[in-house]
Write a protein that binds this ligand. Structure first.
Ligand code: FAD
Ligand code: DHB
Length: 390
C-alpha cells in the first residue's frame, strides 16, 4: 500500500491543474489516469481561457508557453444573418481572453508534473474509491498488471463525465439536473490561417456556425449538426460549402485548407449537487457539463480546482475546515452562472430542428438588443471573460 495526501483521479485539465497547484503549495498527491499520455495530449477539445484562468496558470508557474504562443483576444464577433457586431471585452469590462488549445494546456501541465518528480500514472484500470466517509479514504486500481491500494486524506474526483467518482457518492445524497439539446457540433481543425483575427459566433437560418482558431496557422471551425450526426455524410467539400454559406458576409473570404481532424460533439447541460461527499471532492466535468457555446467547460474545471486547492492549503497549513466545508456551495454558485450563460448563448444562437418562427424572432430580437444596448453587451462580455462574484 502507498500513501499520499491527495489522490487525484483523472489527468484532464482539472486533475493536472490541481496537481500543479498542490505541488506549488508543497502538498503531496498521486494522479491516476486510465488513458495513455499520447491519448490525453492529443484529445482536441476547448480553446478559450478566461482572463483569470490564464493568470492562474501564470501564477502556478505553467504559463510560459501560453503567454508566448497563446492569442490574446479583446473581443468576439456576433453574426446575425449576414451582419456582424463586435463585443469589445476590454472596453466593456476591462478584461481579455486567451485562445490557447486544451491540448497545449494539458501538455504544459504534464511536463510540469513530470518535472516535479511527483507521481502521475497513465493507463491504470479498475479504479475504485473506498471509505470516503472516513479520514483515510482508499483508492484501489490496477497498474502494470498489479493491484494497488493508495491511502490518502482526500480524493479529488477529476475523472470527467464518465468517470467513477460521481457514482461513488451515496445515491440518496446525489441530485442531478440536466438537459440534452437536439443538436451537436461538427468540429474541424484545418491547416489554414484563421480568416478573421477574432472568434465569430454566427446565428443563421441554416443553423449555428463558429469560427475559431488554435494558432496563426490553424483554424478551428464548428457547424451545428444533429447530436448523432454521421461524419461519413460530411466529406470535406460539404463541410466547407456549409461553413461558407453560414459564415459568409460581403467583402470577407473564408479561406479553406486541408482538414486535419473532424469530430462530432453532442451537447448537454448537467449539474451534480452536492459536489462533495465525505472526503470526496468532485471537480470539472465529473460534476457538471455545459454546452460548448460560450467556452465555459474548461474554465469551470480550472476554477473548481483553484477553489479546492485553496481549501486544501488552508486545511493543511492551519487546520481550517471552513473552505473545505463551503467547497460545494462556493463552486455551485459559479457553476450555475456558467450553466445559465451557456444555455442562453446556445439557445440564442442555434436553430432547433422543429424551431418555429416565434423562436426565430426572439433570437433575432436578442441579437439586435446586443448590438444596440451597451448594457446587454456588457452582460455578455462579463460572463464570457468570467464573472468574478457569481
Ligand atoms: P476531462 O478533460 O474529461 O478529463 C477527465 C480525465 O479523467 C480524462 O483524462 C479521462 O481519461 C480520465 N478518466 C475518466 N475515467 C477515469 C477513471 N475511471 N480512472 C482514471 N481516469 C479516468 N469545452 C469548451 O469550452 N469548448 C469546446 O469546444 C469543447 N469541446 C469539447 C469536446 C468534447 C468531445 C468534450 C468531451 C468536451 C468539450 N469541451 C469543450 C469541454 C471541456 O473540454 C471540458 O469541460 C474539460 O475537458 C473538463 O476537464 P476535466 O479535467 O474536468 O475533464
Ligand atoms: C472554441 C470552443 C468553444 O466552445 C467556444 O465557445 C469558442 C471557441 C474553440 O474550440 O476554439
Amino acid at each position: 500500500m502507498t500513501k499520499t495526501q491527495v489522490a487525484i483521479v483523472g489527468a484532464g485539465p482539472a486533475g493536472l491543474t490541481l496537481a500543479q497547484l498542490l505541488h506549488v503549495a508543497g502538498i503531496d498527491s498521486v494522479v491516476l489516469e486510465n488513458r495513455s499520455r499520447d491519448y490525453v495530449e492529443a484529445r482536441i477539445r476547448a480553446g478559450v481561457l478566461e482572463h483569470d484562468v490564464a493568470e492562474l496558470y501564470e501564477q502556478a508557474g505553467v504559463g510560459g508557453r501560453m503567454r508566448r504562443e497563446g492569442l490574446v483576444h479583446t473581443g468576439v464577433e456576433l453574426q446575425s444573418g449576414t451582419e456582424r457586431h463586435r463585443i469589445a471585452f476590454d472596453e466593456l469590462v476591462g478584461k481579455t481572453i486567451v485562445v490557447y488549445g486544451q491540448t497545449e494546456v494539458v501538455k504544459d501541465l504534464i511536463e510540469a508534473r513530470l518535472e516535479s518528480g511527483r507521481p502521475l500514472h497513465f493507463e491504470v484500470s479498475d479504479v475504485s474509491l473506498h471509505e470516503l466517509e472516513s479520514e483515510r479514504p482508499r483508492v484501489r486500481y490496477v497498474h502494470d498488471g498489479a493491484e494497488q491500494e493508495l491511502e490518502c486524506q482526500f480524493v479529488a474526483g477529476c475523472d470527467g463525465f464518465h468517470g467513477v467518482s460521481r457514482p461513488s457518492i451515496a445515491a440518496d445524497v446525489l441530485r442531478t439536473f440536466g438537459r440534452d439539446y437536439p443538436y451537436g457540433w461538427l468540429g474541424i481543425i484545418a491547416a489554414v490561417a484563421p480568416s478573421h483575427d477574432e472568434l465569430v459566433y454566427a446565428h443563421t437560418e441554416r443553423g449555428f456556425a463558429l469560427l475559431s482558431m488554435r494558432s496563426p496557422e490553424l483554424s478551428r471551425l464548428y457547424l451545428q449538426c444533429a447530436p448523432d450526426e454521421d461524419l461519413d455524410l460530411w466529406p470535406d467539400e460539404r463541410i466547407w460549402d456549409e461553413l461558407q454559406s453560414r459564415l459568409g458576409v460581403d467583402g470577407w473570404t473564408l479561406h479553406e485548407g486541408p482538414i486535419l481532424e473532424k469530430g462530432v460533439t453532442p451537447m448537454r447541460s448537467f449539474v451534480t449537487e452536492p459536489m462533495q461527499w465525505g472526503r470526496l471532492y468532485l471537480a470539472g466535468d465529473a460534476a457538471h457539463i455545459v454546452p460548448p457555446t460560450g467556452a465555459k467547460g474548461l474554465n469551470l474545471a480550472v476554477r473548481d480546482v483553484a477553489a479546492l486547492a485553496e481549501a486544501l492549503v488552508a486545511w493543511y497549513r492551519d487546520g481550517h475546515v471552513g473552505l473545505l466545508d463551503a467547497y460545494s456551495e462556493t463552486c455551485l454558485r459559479r457553476v450555475w452562472r456558467a450553466e445559465h450563460f451557456s444555455w442562453w448563448m446556445t439557445t440564442m444562437l442555434h436553430r432547433a430542428p422543429n424551431s418555429d418562427e416565434f423562436t426565430l424572432r426572439l433570437q433575432q430580437s436578442q441579437l439586435r438588443y446586443l448590438r444596440t444596448s451597451p448594457a446587454a453587451a456588457r452582460s455578455l462580455a462579463e460572463n464570457y471573460v468570467g464573472v468574478e462574484h457569481a
